[in-house]
Design a protein around this ligand. Structure first.
Ligand code: ZN
Length: 201
C-alpha cells in the first residue's frame, strides 16, 4: 500500500523526534567524558553491526552529555565506548535544529585544498589550537535509523566530522598540531602533559 504524503511527513517527524533531546545543559550529565591522558581515548572503535534502540539511547545520552559540556561534537570513545558512533550539532544555541548522528562513517573523498582552523576538544578542555585538514569531504554513513546515507560537507561541519572521526581511530587533534611551542604552552596552562600527545609526523 502506498503511503500518503501526510503519512510520510508524520513518519519523518516521528523519526526526528526519536533522537532529539533537550539542548539545555544538565546538572548531572549521563556520561563522563574522558580526558587526554586516559588511554581509552587511544583505542580504535568497532563498526556497529545493527542500529537498534540501544544505539539510539546511547546517542541520546551522548547528545545530553555533549550539550551539557557546550560541545558541538562527541565520539563514543570519549565516553569509553569503542563503537563507531558520532553525534554532532553545530547549532547548539537553536533548540529546534536536529543533531546529526553518524554511525560507521567513512570518508570516501576529500579535497586537495586544505584549511587551517582552530579546534578544541571536550577531552582536552581549554586547549584551542590550529589544525590543518582538507576543506571539503564526501562521507558515507548510517543514520540513527540504520539507513545508508551519503553527504558532502564543508566549513565547520566538515571540520567537526573530521575531528570526531579521528577519535574513532584513537587520534586526538593535538596529535595533528604543527606549532609545537604553542602546543606545549597550551597543554601546560590547562594541566595536561605533552607526553600524552602522539604527534603525527
Ligand atoms: Zn574531540
Amino acid at each position: 500500500m502506498a503511503r500518503s504524503f501526510a503519512q510520510l511527513a508524520r513518519n519523518a517527524e516521528k523519526e526526528k523526534a526519536a533522537i532529539a533531546v533537550s539542548k539545555e545543559p544538565l546538572e548531572k550529565p549521563p556520561l563522563e567524558i574522558h580526558q587526554l591522558g586516559n588511554l581509552v581515548l587511544r583505542d580504535p572503535s568497532k563498526r556497529v553491526s545493527k542500529v537498534d534502540e540501544s544505539i539510539r539511547e546511547l546517542a541520546r545520552d551522548m547528545l545530553r552529555s555533549m550539550y551539557s559540556a557546550k560541545g558541538i561534537g562527541l565520539a563514543a570513545p570519549q565516553i569509553g565506548i569503542h563503537k563507531q558512533i558520532l553525534v554532532i550539532d553545530i547549532d547548539i544555541e537553536t533548540p529546534t535544529t536536529p543533531p546529526l548522528i553518524l554511525i560507521n562513517p567513512e570518508i570516501i573523498a576529500s579535497s586537495a585544498s586544505l584549511e587551517t582552523y582552530e579546534e578544541g576538544c571536550l577531552s582536552i578542555p581549554g586547549v584551542y589550537l590550529d589544525v590543518v585538514r582538507p576543506s571539503t569531504i564526501k562521507l558515507s554513513y548510517r543514520d540513527e535509523m540504520g539507513r545508508p546515507k551519503k553527504m558532502n560537507a564543508n566549513g565547520l561541519i566538515s571540520r567537526c566530522i573530521q575531528h570526531e572521526m579521528d577519535h574513532l581511530n584513537g587520534v586526538l587533534f593535538v596529535d595533528r598540531v604543527t606549532a609545537k611551542e604553542d602546543l606545549k604552552r597550551e597543554l601546560k596552562e590547562h594541566g595536561f602533559r605533552k607526553e600524552d600527545v602522539n604527534s603525527i609526523k
